[in-house]
Write a new protein. Structure first.
Length: 132
């Protein structure tokens, strides 16, 4: 459930500031666990488990934000992309239990990370068009 607020300049600036803090925390956390996880190896499966937790924590932070009405659709899209990535990475981390499920997770991660970039771009466009 999203809390929808006003779309005035002050609310948009507050949203932008909060999103920047959340995104900075997310990227910092991901980069810490990303080292040494290149390629589909046991290290990658460990990374996937850790990254899953980071994505799902980010989802909770995004859910708790007040979202200006003009950004509601893009914010919800971003939230859903993070949720999909987080749950997909969790399935990837369990490759030793079900390889087919993990492969499906890898495909889903690929699509949801594209969605993440698209929604972040949409949010940036809306903020920029409103002078933020």
């Amino acid at each position: 459930e999203l809390t929808i607020g006003e779309s005035d300049k002050a609310s948009l600036q507050k949203y932008a500031d909060n999103l920047t803090k959340i995104y900075t925390s997310y990227t910092s956390s991901i980069s810490k666990v990303e080292k040494g996880s290149l390629g589909v190896t046991p290290d990658y499966y460990h990374f996937a488990g850790s990254a899953s937790s980071i994505y799902l924590e980010t989802v909770e932070k995004l859910r708790s934000m007040t979202v200006p009405a003009v950004l509601a659709q893009a914010h919800l899209g971003l939230l859903n992309a993070y949720l999909t990535t987080g749950t997909s990475l969790k399935s990837v981390s369990k490759a030793n239990e079900d390889a087919a499920f993990a492969f499906s997770g890898l495909l889903s991660v690929s699509e949801s990370t594209k969605d993440e970039k698209r929604w972040l771009g949409e949010i940036k466009t809306i903020l920029n068009s409103n002078g933020i």
